[in-house]
Design a protein around this ligand. Sequence first.
Ligand code: NAP
Length: 447
Amino acid sequence: MTDSTLQAVFDQVIARNPGEAEFHQAVREVLDSLGPVVAKHPSYTQAAVIERLCEPERQIIFRVPWVDDAGNVRINRGFRVEFNSALGPYKGGLRFHPTVNVGIVKFLGFEQIFKNALTGLPIGGGKGGSDFDPKGCSEGEVMRFCQSFMTELYRHIGEYTDVPAGDIGVGGREIGYLFGQYKRITNRYESGMLTGKGITWGGSQVRKEATGYGTVFFVEEMLKQQRETFEGKRVVVSGSGNVAIYAMEKVVQLGGTVVAFSDSSGYVVEEDGVDVETLKQVKEVERGRIADYVERRGGRALLGSSGSIWDVPTDIALPCATQNELDEDHAATLVRNGCRIVAEGANMPTTAAATKVLADAGVLFAPGKAANAGGVATSALEMQQNASRDSWSFEHTERRLDEIMRGIHDRCLATADEYGVPGDYVAGANIAGFTHVADAMLALGVI
Ligand code: NAP
C-alpha cells in the first residue's frame, strides 16, 4: 500500500481484529485499490469513512443448543455481523460449515458491502452463520438446529433491518426451516425477511440459479470485449454446490464444455463434458459425493488421481467452492496451460499471491464481489416481488439478472478507465463499490 493514510487504517484493522486472517486479507484487497480515490476525494478521509467502513455497525454472537437423534445435547455458535446499512437493510447469506468463525463472517460481510453496492440496488452488507456441520446430520437434526438458530436470530432481523439468505451449507431446505421458525415465533408472514425461499412460499424464479448464471453472464461480457464467445471453450469449475452447478449449466447452454468439477473429497475430469443433470441428481437430490457421480457415468468421468483441479488444462477457470482454494502454484499452472480468464464464483477463492501471478501473466481476472453479485441481486429482486405481493416469470427475472450483470461489468470497466487502470476489474469493482457506499455515508453524517 503506497498511501500512508490507508496503511494507517490497515494497521489499525490488524490491531483491533487480531487473528482474523481472512478479514485482514479482504480489507487489504479493497484498500490496495483506493490510493487514487483518497487522493481525488479528501472528504472521505476527513470524515473517516474508511475507518468506519472497516468497523461493523453491530456484531452478534450467540449459543445454539440442540438435541441430536441419539438424545445428546449439542452446542454450536451462531453469528450475524451487520456490517453497513448506508444503502439499505443489511443483506448477506448465512453459512453453516465447521470452519465458520467471527473472522470468516467478517471477511464475508465486508466483501458483501461493496458487492451489494455494485448491484445498484438498495441493500446494505451483512453476513452470518454457524460452525454447525449439516453433513451427516439427519433431516430432523438439521430442522432442530435451524429452529434453535432462528430462535435467537429472529430478534435481530426483519424486512427493514437485516435480510439473510443462503451460502455454503444453507440451501432451500435450511431456508425453509429458518423461515418456518421465524413465522411461528413472530406470527407474521413477513416474506421479505429472508431470501432464497421456495417458489410456492414467496421465493423468486432464478434465485437458485442466480449466482452461477450471473458469474457466467459476467464472463460472457469479458469474452465480448475480446470479440469471443463461450462456443468451443474448455471450462473448469471448482465445487459442485449451488454456485458451481448453475455456473456449469449456463456454460453448457452457451456452448462451452465443462471438463472438470470438484468437492472437498477431490475432483472429477470428464473430457467430453460434464453431464449437469446427472450431477444435479447426485448432489441436490441424493446429497451424494463426486465418487457417486463417477460411478453413474460408467467410465466417461474419472476421479482426479493426484494434484488439484487447477492442473486440468482449461481456457476459463471458475473457482466456485470456497475462500483461498486457488493459490500461487495453482495460478502458475493455469497460466502455463493457457488459461485466459479466471472469474470468482465463490467469495475470495483466489489468494492475493495467486491474483498477482494471474495479473502479471495478463490473465483477465474478475473478482467475486463483481462476478458473483448475481445471487444477492436476485435476492433483492425477490424482496421487490415480496414487497409488491407479485411474482415474475423465469424469463423476466433472468433478463433482469442478465442486465444487472452487464451493468456491473460495464461499471467496473468504466471506473477502471476513470482511475487510470484500464481493464483492471479488481480496481474497478473496489472503487465503484466503495464510492457508492462512501457517498451515502457522507450524506448520512457521523453515525
Ligand atoms: P454449497 O452449495 O454449500 O457448495 C459448496 C461447494 O464447495 C461444495 O461442493 C463443497 O464441497 C465445496 N467446498 C466447501 N468448502 C470446501 C473446502 N474447504 N475445500 C473444497 N471444497 C469445498 O455453497 P455455495 O452456495 O455454492 O457457495 C460456494 C461459494 O460461493 C462460497 O464461497 C459462497 O460464499 C459463494 N457465494 C454463494 C452465493 C449463493 O448465492 N449461494 C452467492 C455469492 C457467493 P463439500 O460438499 O464436499 O463440502
